[in-house]
Design a binder for this molecule. Structure first.
Ligand code: PLP
Length: 425
């Protein structure tokens, strides 16, 4: 698989380099030169998840990874199901939260960790990533205990749920977590500064594991196939998929699946009040506001870093950007929606509820809708219990971590301090 830097197309790398490097020159994103058109979609859809995913990833990655090795990686990474659940006529939830950290980021995180361990050279590796909640947990758990790979995770202090924090800040071993006294965008920009620092990058073998790493996106392509595979054949023709979006990696993966030939009619990019994209699609003006905190905090992003890949996919496929529907859902609407869904017998959490809301507003007669449920309701226990006036039991994975002490360090939004911290670890 060959990839180019979207900002500097002359910079070209193979898959292993892209995985190791994360980002290209000037923080440019890597993008595959060729996305093949698969001619055997129906055959693929008939296969079980792991086998099908091995074939899809082979088609994308090519011969760079030995077949048996790739098969093993996929098997190690995809150890949990992604079921669709009928919520009402023609509307299904795709539940992506059955992995070890109860969020969809387990798919990408685990595949990336496996891939990186497979393509690494003998140099030191430090994974540095910023999280608005779930990436941190997925990355920490995916890399936990892997030899000679250090992980440092930055997150906005006080802006993620206490349970989310417990899930990834209690591990220790090769996992270090830092609470930054600022918002998520500031954490993200600290990470970018670190990657711009050639000496630092070299010395500690910096690698990013957030949604900009191409391996994560490729893994996520696979669950879009899994969703369609579970629909009755007659429902597969007019499928609309609503994606709750923050950094837009999830949507990018869906668009890659469509490029491969998966029958998806259109996507809806659903956001919370951090609505840079819906406003951009409506007006043509890219005008990020300051990030605001919402109930769906994993989507509190006003400068989504995968957006250039989304535009690249539309451009390369000759799809008009107007095919991408997009709208924002306020916290008040999210609360109403969660109650409405609960009445219909489906217990959801704020991110999934946003995707459901925009889907019900957008879906036309004769279409089948799928909305992505990116986290288990118990990951947002406080909000869900308050909004629905219920009590939620903690799944065992969360409960175990909830009783351990936090091991995070604390830091101001100051790159000099972060640099020193990284150099000395
Ligand atoms: C990360 C995350 C999102 C946003 O996904 P992107 O790929 O960044 O758009 C949505 N929901 C949850 C629960 C998440 O953790």
């Amino acid at each position: 698989m060959n990839l180019y830097n979207i900002k500097h197309p002359e910079e070209q790398v193979n898959f292993a380099q892209a995985v190791r490097q994360g980002l290209g020159k000037d923080q440019g994103l890597f993008f595959p030169q060729i996305i093949p058109q698969l001619s055997n979609i129906d055959e693929l859809l008939a296969l079980p998840l792991v086998e099908r995913s091995q074939q899809i990833l082979t088609a994308l990655i090519g011969e760079e990874l030995e077949q048996s090795k790739l098969n093993q990686l996929v098997k190690n990474a995809f150890t949990f199901p992604a079921p669709i659940v009928k919520v009402e006529d023609n509307i299904y939830a795709l539940e992506l939260f059955h992995g070890p950290t109860l969020a969809f980021k387990d798919f990408g995180g685990r595949f990336m960790a496996q891939t990186l361990a497979a393509v690494r050279d003998n140099n030191k590796i430090t994974i540095l990533t910023a999280t608005s909640g779930d990436t941190g947990a997925a990355v920490a758990h995916a890399f936990y205990g892997l030899e000679n790979i250090n992980v440092v995770i930055l997150y906005p202090k006080g802006k993620i749920s206490p349970l989310q924090e417990k899930l990834f800040c209690t591990l220790g071993c090769n996992i270090r977590t830092v609470a930054i006294n600022a918002d998520f965008d500031a954490c993200q920009s600290l990470v970018k500064k670190a990657f711009d620092d050639a000496e630092l990058r070299q010395t500690i073998g910096l690698n990013s594991a957030n949604s900009i790493n191409i391996s994560r996106l490729l893994a996520q392509v696979c669950y879009y196939f899994e969703a369609i595979a579970q629909l009755l054949v007659e429902k597969r023709r007019e499928v609309v998929v609503s994606v709750p979006s923050g950094n837009f990696g999830n949507l990018t993966a869906g668009l890659i699946a469509k490029s491969l030939g998966l029958p998806i009619k259109r996507f809806i990019a659903s956001t919370n009040s951090n609505d840079t994209v819906p406003r951009y699609l409506a007006t043509g003006n890219w005008l990020p506001n300051a990030t605001v905190s919402t109930l769906s905090n994993a989507m509190d992003v006003s400068r989504p870093n995968n957006w250039p890949r989304v535009e690249e996919l539309f451009k390369r496929n000759g799809w008009p950007l107007s095919d991408l529907h997009s709208s924002a859902v306020s916290d008040a609407q999210t609360e109403l929606t969660l109650n409405e869904m609960n009445t219909k017998g489906y217990l959801c959490e704020p991110h999934g509820a946003i995707a459901y809301r925009t889907l019900t507003q957008d879906l036309q007669l004769g279409e089948t809708g799928i909305f992505l449920c990116t986290a288990h309701p118990a990951k947002f226990k406080e909000s869900v219990e308050r909004i629905l006036n219920i009590e939620l039991a903690l799944p065992t994975a969360l409960d175990k971590h909830n009783r351990l002490p936090l091991l995070s360090d604390e830091m101001d939004n100051d790159f000099t301090k972060l640099r020193e911290y990284l150099m000395n670890k």
